[in-house]
Design a protein around this ligand. Structure first.
Ligand SMILES: [Zn+2]
Length: 134
C-alpha cells in the first residue's frame, strides 16, 4: 500500500506552503459556515470545497515548475503582509523614543528621535529635506 502510494506520487508536486494555506482556509470556511444563514452557508461551503479541490489538484499535479512558481508568488505575497505587521509592531515598540514620518516625495518611512523640537529631516533615500516637529 505504502509503495503503491509512493509510486503514484512519483513525479508529482506534493504539499507546499500554498497548499497548506488553502487547506487551513478551507477548514476555517467550513467552521465559519456553520454559524451562517442557509444561503451564505452554501457559498462558504462551496468556497471551502474549491480550496480543497485546488489543494488536491496542486498536490497531484505533474507540472512542478508551474506549481513552484505559484508557491513563490504566494510566499512573496505572505512576506509583504508579515513585513507590514512587523513594521507596525516595531513602530509601536519605539513610539516613546522615536517619531515616524513619510517622505513627501518618495514615501519612504523615516524615523527621527522624539522631543527635539522642530527639526529639518533629510530623506536618506532621495535626499528631500523637510521640517517637522518631533
Ligand atoms: Zn524620500
Amino acid at each position: 500500500m505504502k509503495q503503491k502510494f509512493a509510486k503514484f506520487m512519483y513525479g508529482r508536486y506534493g504539499m507546499d506552503s500554498l497548499s497548506k494555506f488553502l487547506t487551513y482556509l478551507a477548514l476555517i470556511l467550513i467552521i465559519v459556515s456553520a454559524f451562517l444563514r442557509p444561503y451564505t452557508k452554501i457559498v462558504f461551503f462551496v468556497l471551502s470545497v474549491l480550496c480543497l479541490f485546488l489543494t488536491y489538484f496542486r498536490c497531484f499535479s505533474k507540472d512542478v515548475p508551474k506549481r513552484r512558481a505559484e508557491n513563490v508568488k504566494y510566499l512573496a505575497f505572505r512576506r509583504r503582509i508579515t513585513d507590514w505587521f512587523m513594521l507596525r509592531r516595531d513602530m509601536w515598540k519605539q513610539r516613546k523614543d522615536y517619531k515616524f514620518f513619510k517622505c513627501p516625495s518618495c514615501k519612504a518611512l523615516l524615523r527621527v528621535p522624539k522631543g527635539k523640537g522642530r527639526i529639518r529631516v533629510v530623506c536618506k533615500k532621495c535626499g528631500t529635506a523637510f521640517e517637522r516637529k518631533t
